[in-house]
Design a protein around this ligand. Structure first.
Ligand SMILES: [Fe+2]
Length: 159
């Protein structure tokens, strides 16, 4: 087993960075979903939701950069083309969504997919003793679970 210059198993680190690239691609789909619903939302709850979706995409934008820079820290190039993002997409792509409940459901469905990817990375980063990636995943998971609860509450549903 070889260790890289940050003291992590070289092979496991590469694998984790590739998984983080999948997460990055899916985060970009989520981000673009949020831009779409921010722009296209219609109806009596427009003002609330337009602002809420902006808050979420601003947060997603920060996380996208954190993920990309973690990938670089692990010695791999972050995916940065739309083509690569589309090829790695597991998050559903929302198109022309203007109805408020459909928009909120798109957020829930997107986060459900991101959480699956993040939990798999959490397990793997634990095995690799990669505390940096592990704590990042654990923070993302906690925040996104709370967002899912809130979106479900808005829909009048439970998690
Ligand atoms: Fe805007």
């Amino acid at each position: 087993m070889t260790l890289n210059s940050i003291g992590l198993n070289t092979e496991m680190t590469k694998e984790l960075a590739n998984d983080l690239n999948t997460l990055l691609a899916n985060f970009q789909i989520y981000y673009q979903n949020l831009r779409g619903i921010h722009w296209n939302i219609k109806g009596k709850r427009f003002f609330d939701l337009h602002v809420k979706f902006e808050e979420l995409y601003t947060d997603a934008n920060v996380k996208v950069d954190e993920i990309a820079e973690r990938i670089l820290t692990l010695g791999v190039t972050p995916l940065h083309t739309f083509e690569d993002y589309t090829n790695a997409a597991k998050v559903p792509v929302g198109k022309n969504i203007s109805q408020d409940e459909k928009a909120v459901n798109l957020i829930v469905e997107s986060l459900t997919e991101l959480l699956k990817i993040e939990r798999a990375i959490l397990d793997k980063s634990d095995d690799a003793n990669d505390e940096g990636t592990n704590s990042m995943m654990s923070d993302f998971i906690t925040e996104q679970e709370k967002t899912v609860w809130m979106m479900k509450a808005w829909l009048g549903e439970t998690v």
